[in-house]
Design a protein around this ligand. Structure first.
Ligand code: 13P
Length: 284
């Protein structure tokens, strides 16, 4: 069975300079699309759920679904909880069997962010569950977290070092100018900041806001140390657009399984294209 946490897959990616795609799923069909894409490309992959998705289905259902898919796959698959500041939900996910969780206490004062992150690390590590933490404020909307342009700020490099060493997080998400959702104009990425942080900390680096970044930006982020890249918005678009497309092409079909299979294949195509861009093809 290849149900794993993020530790080994991201440390290999950091050393070999490629990134593992972390794809936000919304149901069993999109989870299957991630696993099928990972298998087709022989790549490791991270299945992420937002807090809303975890609450919609319940952690146990999502763990059972992803474990069942991973068991049949011969590539490593991790199940990660994306941006969560609710410690009791994180605890439920750890207990239910998620292999990784993110504590996003970045909206709290620095000392409080450290305290909450440390609490999660102490709770998760004995279960061999990896932990991701964030510093700075990433602009855009992700689930219930809304950060306006004027409220966004980049991660402070001195604080980044202190945050990672004091908390013991496995994966670190610094705000470097990427955004959740659709970019309005050309994103201004703080590549120097990314390179400086990656050179100084021992945790793997996660890049948020992958939808809409160019191939050149992906390449540069990976060469500077990005080992995990998050993709959510583009999967949501593939989900919705494939459904609309199906109805347009075949308005008379009322067979849900056919519709779902069509949507799954379209989502899988999108995920495969990111795996190619991230250089993780053939790395499993
Ligand atoms: P996008 O929605 O921009 O792809 O970002 C995803 C993300 O960073 C999830 O945490």
């Amino acid at each position: 069975m290849s149900y794993v946490n993020m530790r080994d897959m991201l440390s290999k990616a950091s050393h070999e300079k490629y990134a593992v795609g972390a794809f936000n799923i919304v149901d069993a069909m999109t989870a299957a699309a991630v696993v099928r894409a990972a298998e087709a490309k022989r790549a490791p992959a991270i299945i992420q759920t937002s807090v809303k998705t975890a609450k919609l289905y319940g952690c146990a259902f999502l763990v059972a679904t992803v474990k069942a898919l991973a068991k049949k796959a011969n590539v490593p698959i991790a199940l990660h909880l994306d941006h969560c500041k609710d410690l009791s939900l994180i605890h439920s996910c750890v207990k239910a069997g998620y292999s990784s969780v993110m504590i996003d206490a970045s909206s709290f004062p620095f000392e409080e962010n450290i305290r909450m992150t440390k609490e999660v690390v102490e709770m998760a590590h004995p279960h061999d569950v990896t932990v991701e933490g964030e510093l700075g404020a990433i602009v855009g909307v992700e689930d219930d977290i809304h950060v306006k342009e004027q409220e966004s700020h980049l991660a402070n490099p001195e604080q980044a070092l202190e945050y990672v060493s004091q908390t013991g997080v496995d994966v670190f998400a610094p705000a470097i100018g990427t955004a959740h959702g659709i970019y309005k104009g050309e994103p201004k990425i703080a590549f120097d900041l990314l390179g400086r942080i990656a050179g100084e900390i021992r945790a793997a680096i996660a890049i948020h806001g992958g939808t809409g970044l160019s191939d050149e930006v992906f390449k540069k982020c990976i060469s500077l140390g990005g080992a995990k890249i998050n993709i959510s918005t583009q999967i949501k678009h593939a989900f919705k657009d494939s459904l609309s497309e199906y109805f347009r092409k075949s308005p008379q079909v009322y067979e849900p399984v056919k519709i779902l299979a069509y949507m799954r294949d379209k989502v899988q195509e999108v995920i495969e294209s990111f795996i190619e861009k991230f250089g993780s093809e053939g790395k499993a």
